[in-house]
Design a binder for this molecule. Structure first.
Ligand SMILES: [Zn+2]
Length: 77
């Protein structure tokens, strides 16, 4: 895990607080590194492109490892 910001990694944690997320935020599973990109959506759960992470259904979990939504972290571009 690399950290180029010097601020530590806690700032990127999603931690289940959806209010912190922008609609365009890309989130990454911290278990398997699978990424959710709102511009793409998610074929596995039949999520249409343009769906923000904060609006995913409650039953949504990582398509790759079944990790919980709260296990995702915001990816800084
Ligand atoms: Zn995963």
């Amino acid at each position: 895990m690399t950290d180029s910001s010097g601020l530590g990694f806690s700032g990127g944690s999603f931690g289940g607080d959806l209010s912190k997320l922008a609609d365009t935020s890309i989130l990454e599973c911290k278990i398997c590194w699978w990424q959710y990109d709102p511009a793409i959506g998610d074929e596995y759960w039949q999520i249409p492109p343009g769906t923000p992470f904060s609006r995913l259904p409650d039953h949504w979990s990582c398509p790759n490892c079944d990790g919980h939504r709260a296990e995702f972290m915001v990816v800084d571009n």
